[in-house]
Design a protein around this ligand. Sequence first.
Ligand code: SF4
Length: 250
Amino acid sequence: MVPDEKKRVFVALLSISLMVVAGVAGVSWYLFRSGSEVGRWAWFAVIILLSGFLVYAAAGIVSLLVSLISHQNISILSRARERVAFAFLPLALRLGALLGIERDRIRASFIEVNNQLVRQRQERVRPQELLILAPVCLQEAECPRKVTNDIRQCRRCGRCSVGGLLELADAYGVHAAIATGGTKARQLLQDLRPEVVIAIACERDLVSGLQDSRQILVRGITNQRPHGPCFNTQVDLEKVKAALEASLLP
Ligand code: SF4
């Protein structure tokens, strides 16, 4: 099965990395074979250490590629796969910059990859263990309601997506909150201790949140920005509803 367009960037960059890993292993082997006696022993020690790391990294990359392309989960390698995905992200961003790929495109690809890995874990939780976390830029800029203190201050007037999120939170009995930034988001996670978070944000903030909260299952949904970044943004409520239904126990 061919990975879809969004995931393709990450899959391609992962494949290049696998080739780099194989290249490093090959060069190490060549140096080991051609050096002096002392050099050979020194290289032997280095190669043993490097080999362990490279085998682990390669197993993680292969497991991730299998997971993304075939949707098959190699459960014994799931930890290596997730570690590799997160460890690989900074490298993917640098490699992407060299290849002229926009950072947000790589981040969006990573968010899709993360969401697929979360789906493959097939973990479902009770409503009180789930939090919908949205950014403050979702609120209509002229609205005077203090939804950042308490999202239930929203009157659900329909001028922005906050009312719709609140409707969904009530319908499914889950928590919902608005975060003004990373500190507030971390505070909410600490207070509510959710098992699953449906996080809405721009690509950059979502990736940063995913990196900060790896012990929690986070499904990321990127916001829509018809008026530019951080101003009167919107979210596709159908995507939020689908994420809720995929996350909650029947
Ligand atoms: S839906 Fe809620 S947050 Fe949005 S403008 Fe209306 S009252 Fe304000």
